[in-house]
Design a protein around this ligand. Structure first.
Ligand SMILES: C[S@@+](CC[C@H](N)C(=O)[O-])C[C@H]1O[C@@H](n2cnc3c(N)ncnc32)[C@H](O)[C@@H]1O
Length: 211
């Protein structure tokens, strides 16, 4: 069980809202089949805090699109932990979009969080940051979503222990698209276990001269 003090450190004024979200996941999320029944006991650490670990890589006031958001991970915990962000939850399946729209309204996040139904490949908006968790292997994900981030932006794929292997396997796709990837170790709070995020950026951004 995660200590209350850690949750306060991570979510600050958003603690009551994230607690309501976890309660929704534990009930409606499982009833609707969006999460397996065995996830009920590990929602905080395996899902919510794992999602928020990526926050340290996201610049202030960024626009974020969470591709394949499912039940709202990582997009909803990120939006609650980081009130400076504006977040689009992009999801292709109608049932999940219906769930997301209900939850965003109930949690009062509608001014900063927008739910969009569609496939990443077909989305024409651009964002500072693309997030994705448990959506597709890195090479395929990059093919679907690299047009979604601005030239100065980045794609952050929450990959955990498979991060290095996925980067190695995606090298051909990355080179072809003039992208570079590195693996960042992140954690939601100093006392929590680290996880690994693949950060994908454009080569031109990496080599741009510093003025
Ligand atoms: C395994 S779920 C993961 C959901 C959530 N990100 C999580 O970590 O729990 C993958 C989700 O991605 C969605 N998805 C798959 N391909 C997609 C695409 N090309 N564009 C948008 N959503 C997609 C699926 O409908 C599904 O909800």
């Amino acid at each position: 069980m995660v200590e209350q003090a850690v949750l306060e450190e991570v979510f600050g004024d958003g603690l009551e809202v994230i607690t309501r979200y976890v309660d929704i996941l534990a009930n409606r999320g499982i009833d609707w089949g969006l999460l397996g029944p065995r996830e009920a006991d590990r929602l905080w650490d395996r899902h919510v805090l794992n999602s928020v670990a990526v926050a340290s890589l996201i610049p202030a006031e960024a626009s974020v699109v969470d591709v394949g958001s499912g039940a709202g991970l990582p997009g909803i915990p990120l939006a609650i932990a980081r009130p400076d962000l504006s977040v689009v939850l992009l999801e292709s399946l109608l049932r999940r979009v219906t769930f997301l729209a209900e939850v965003v309204a109930e949690l009062g996040l509608g001014d900063r969080v927008r739910v969009v139904r569609g496939r990443a490949e077909e989305c024409t908006e651009r964002f500072d940051v693309v997030t994705a968790r448990a959506v597709a292997p890195l090479g395929r994900l990059v093919g679907w979503a690299d047009h979604l981030f601005l030239p100065s932006g980045q794609l952050l794929a929450l990959k955990g222990s498979s991060a290095d292997k996925e980067v190695a396997e995606a090298q051909a796709v990355l080179r072809k698209r003039r992208l570079v990837a590195d693996v960042q170790a992140v954690r939601a709070a100093a006392s929590l276990e680290e996880t690994f995020v693949v950060r994908v950026r454009s080569v031109s951004r990496e080599t741009r001269p510093v003025r």
